[in-house]
Design a protein around this ligand. Structure first.
Ligand SMILES: Cc1cc2nc3c(=O)[nH]c(=O)nc-3n(C[C@H](O)[C@H](O)[C@H](O)COP(=O)(O)OP(=O)(O)OC[C@H]3O[C@@H](n4cnc5c(N)ncnc54)[C@H](O)[C@@H]3O)c2cc1C
Length: 426
């Protein structure tokens, strides 16, 4: 057991740390900073492109880079797992038993997939037609290529999930794909969600309502909470989800195409292929630390001030990315706007100054791929307010467009690897 100390420690080597640590080292105007990153994986993936991998548009290896080339060279990479954080004593315990001390801590270990929260899902995932772009997009593409018709079910859990638009993106890619290969006439597609609407923010909501109904004729189930997956018999079982006041458990299936059976207060949908986002929580080891919310709707997620990203409990600790309890969507695009706030605040503290008045606006963006050649870029901030990146005119992002598809297919990944990886703000 060794004790080492670093000035700033980042937990995780994903998108949050890649942007946060590289910006910290780039924008530090003072002396040399001692930055360490704790990350166990050898490979860093640009996860937003897994939607394209699932649709057969990109290969999984093209979304990956060796971790050593992604983390800033000036930082010390500690290749281990964090098992505990003791914020009262400013230290972290690793799986190896080593203890790392810090002056400032940035927590960015992302989410943990929780198949255990839905009965039968652990056994069902990855076989017999059950796939997830979140876990194995190559299997999604395999299923899509072999799909000969029947019911294709697209669904998501009641937990918070990263990139909440991702379950819809692969649905629209499927709908486009089966039009192209003639399987469409033998297919019934269904979208089942615990939510009450297809998307919460206008004008994206209206555009998606048009796409799901008029363009693709996809049957919908709102207020549906997935409780069980029977892999061998290909049955997904739902109960009614709690919905906001004024919303209803709605079945939008005008042609009554979906093979659904009511069994008491449960609804069973027979599928031939199912894509789902797995249930997600903060990593279980993190949920036990003092940095996590101990109760309430955000139990387990990291408690941060939604504007400064500072822990609400320890002033030398900040959160970045998916692990936080920010009341906005968990996206890499959001981290692009969070990282400058965290970095500025830590540099201020190191300089002996107060916390800065920079504020994270809740900005998140969801590039909703709506076919193999169109995309709708939904951008929004806290309280569901529509936002637009200053580089993009509003009219361009209000509808699905080929130009936006070009951005998703060819530009966003390059911005990630070329600019964000180097800590360049834009
Ligand atoms: C299918 C899919 C599509 C998506 N599409 C988009 C999109 O179009 N646009 C968008 O903006 N976002 C999208 N996202 C979301 C985006 O990828 C995440 O929001 C982003 O990666 C979150 O960054 P993070 O650093 O919080 O977590 P991650 O990038 O997941 O990184 C977490 C890191 O922590 C490490 N870690 C885990 N446990 C430990 C531990 N115990 N100790 C140390 N390290 C640990 C992991 O190995 C990992 O490297 C998508 C995600 C998926 C899965």
């Amino acid at each position: 057991m060794a004790n080492k100390k670093h000035q700033v420690v980042f937990i995780g080597g994903g998108s949050g740390t890649m942007m946060g640590a590289s910006q910290l080292l780039r924008y530090n105007k003072g002396g040399k900073l001692d930055v360490a990153i704790i990350e166990p994986s050898e490979t860093h993936y640009y996860q937003p492109e897994w939607t394209l991998v699932g649709g057969g548009i990109k290969s999984k290896p093209s979304t990956a880079k060796p971790m050593k080339d992604v983390l800033p060279k000036a930082a010390t990479w500690i290749k281990d797992y964090v098992e505990d954080i003791d914020p009262d004593n400013n230290n972290i315990t690793l799986r190896s038993g080593d203890v790392i001390e810090y002056e400032y801590l940035v927590v960015a270990p992302g989410v943990e997939y929780r198949l255990d929260l839905i009965e039968g899902l652990t056994e069902a995932m990855g076989k017999n037609g059950v796939c997830s772009n979140y876990m194995d997009p190559d299997y999604t593409w395999e299923l899509l290529q072999n799909f000969k018709g029947g019911t294709a079910l697209y669904t998501q859990p009641t937990t918070q999930i990263k990139c909440p638009g991702a379950p819809q993106k692969i649905m629209y890619i499927t709908a486009d794909h089966i039009r192209g290969n003639g399987v469409v006439k033998d297919t019934n597609m269904v979208f089942a969600t615990p939510g009450s609407v297809v998307f919460g923010v206008e004008p994206f909501k209206s555009e998606l309502v048009r796409i799901i109904n008029d363009k693709y004729d996809i049957a919908q189930r709102y207020g549906y909470k997935l409780v069980k997956v029977d892999g061998p018999n290909k049955i997904a079982t739902y109960e009614r989800a709690d919905l906001p006041e004024g919303s209803n458990h709605v079945v939008n299936d005008p042609n009554n195409k979906i093979n659904e059976t009511q069994n008491g207060d449960r609804y069973e949908i027979k599928y031939d292929m199912m894509h789902l986002a797995p249930p997600q929580s903060a990593p279980r080891w993190f949920m036990k630390t003092k940095l996590a919310n101990q109760d309430g709707p955000n139990v387990g997620w990291m408690a941060v001030d939604k504007f400064s990203m500072q822990s609400t409990k320890y002033s030398n600790v900040f959160g970045l990315g998916d692990v936080t309890d920010l009341p906005t969507a968990k996206t890499g695009a959001g981290i692009r706007k969070q990282a400058p706030v965290v970095v500025t605040n830590i540099l201020n503290f190191i300089d002996g100054k107060e916390i800065s008045d920079m504020k994270y606006s809740g900005y998140a963006s969801c590039p909703l791929v709506t076919s193999k050649h169109t995309m709708l870029l939904a951008e929004f901030g806290y309280d569901g307010v529509r936002m637009t990146d200053p580089m993009l005119p509003k009219w361009l992002t209000a509808k699905e467009r080929w130009l936006m598809w070009i951005m998703k297919r060819y530009i966003l990944g390059n911005l990630y690897w070329l600019l964000m990886r180097r800590g360049i703000r834009f």
